[in-house]
Design a protein around this ligand. Structure first.
Ligand code: X2X
Length: 358
């Protein structure tokens, strides 16, 4: 019995020693890694990127470029899957920003239009006829206005990284060539779910109706709506001439930029080095995406227009005087929304546009 007792005592001493050693080691390890451990949780095996339009469109290509660059540059540590058609939120594109903030979506390349119901400053780009050309759009996104909007987005709870572009939105319809606001009278026009668009199209005498992009195409096919407005690249890739959109007017009334963003908690879960990689990849992808978005429309002979016309579409170019009639009719909308967006921001934008390099 004595022998057994001694043995037990020895075993207990060993256990105690082992316990103390590992406790000290654990405490030391905790003290050493605590700040990093708090900031960084485990990486997810897959990150979910939301997009309205898939890789058949410049928009989706931008998302794909970003995801591929991140995967390559992080050696697969950050693996991103694309969810086009805003499928993470059942196609309801105006809920994308809230879902991003809540973490239903990890990252996104999103349009300023779709996020403007939550971030009122983003309505800036939807002010009719604010940006007369690409240089004006660039003057906003690449200058002080862009910086200010990124601060706003940061405060709103997401991490904005880079700008891209959906494009200048041109108007199409199934009924007749639009050359003046009178031609739009009573036309049922599908618009995106931001109230500013209702004001713009009401001011022009049209009958605007809000619906998601997913619902818009069947609505055009069934003639539930007469027309819509989207960039030429979207018109072409979605083959809108097959859903009765045979009249297209180039009025360049607005251009919606795309913004590359990451959910804040996801961002904080990455190492500083990986954050830098994701950011630089977004900037690089954004630059490439803008080139893709403008392809076919910035060349002198506008090959994309020729391609669209080859499908039996009447393409209407407005004279400066004709265009001015649309500008005049929508002026009250600009005045009304200036206050809602913030007069300082709108003034800053107008100054940046006036000072742009053409
Ligand atoms: O819904 C649209 O019109 C689209 C695809 O251009 C946007 O998401 C803003």
């Amino acid at each position: 019995a004595t022998v057994v007792n001694t043995e037990l005592k020895e075993t207990e001493k060993m256990k105690l020693r082992t316990f103390l050693t590992s406790a000290v080691a654990a405490a030391a390890a905790l003290a050493f890694t605590a700040p990093a451990a708090m900031a960084q949780t485990a990486y997810k095996s897959e990150y979910r990127m939301s997009l309205v339009l898939g890789t058949a469109f410049p928009w989706g290509k931008g998302g794909e470029l970003w995801a591929n660059k991140v995967r390559e540059r992080t050696n697969g540590r950050i693996n991103i899957k694309l969810y086009p058609g805003v499928s993470l939120i059942q196609g309801d594109q105006t809920r994308e920003f809230s879902a991003l903030r809540q973490g239903v979506i990890d990252m996104a390349v999103g349009s300023t239009i779709n996020w403007s119901p939550q971030v009122k400053q983003l309505n800036l780009f939807s002010l009719p006829f604010l940006m007369p050309d690409y240089a004006a759009a660039d003057a906003l996104t690449q200058g002080e206005v862009g910086k200010s909007l990124f601060q706003t987005l940061d405060k709103a709870g997401v991490v904005p990284l880079a700008w891209g572009e959906n494009g200048y939105r041109e108007i199409s319809n199934s009924k007749q060539a639009i050359k003046s606001p009178a031609d739009l009278k009573g036309m049922k026009i599908r618009v995106v779910g931001s109230p500013l668009f209702l004001d713009t199209f009401t001011a022009l005498g049209a009958n605007p109706t809000q619906m998601s992009w997913a619902d818009a195409q069947p609505a055009m096919a069934s003639s539930a709506v007469d027309g819509q407005e989207n960039p030429l690249s979207v018109y072409m890739a979605a083959k809108l001439y097959t859903v009765a959109q045979k009249h297209l007017t180039l009025w360049g009334y607005m251009n919606d930029p795309l913004i590359f963003v990451v959910n804040k908690d996801i961002w904080n879960s990455w190492t500083p080095a990986d954050r830098e990689i994701v950011k630089q990849a977004a900037i690089d992808a954004g630059k490439e995406q803008v080139v893709i978005a403008r392809k076919g429309v910035i060349e002198a002979d506008k090959p994309l227009l020729k391609e669209i016309a080859s499908h039996g579409v009447t393409v209407t170019q407005l004279s400066p005087a004709e265009r001015e009639a649309f500008v005049k009719a929508t002026r009250p909308v600009v005045e009304k929304w200036k206050g809602q967006i913030g007069a300082d921001l709108v003034n800053m934008a107008e100054k940046a546009i006036a000072a742009r390099k053409k």
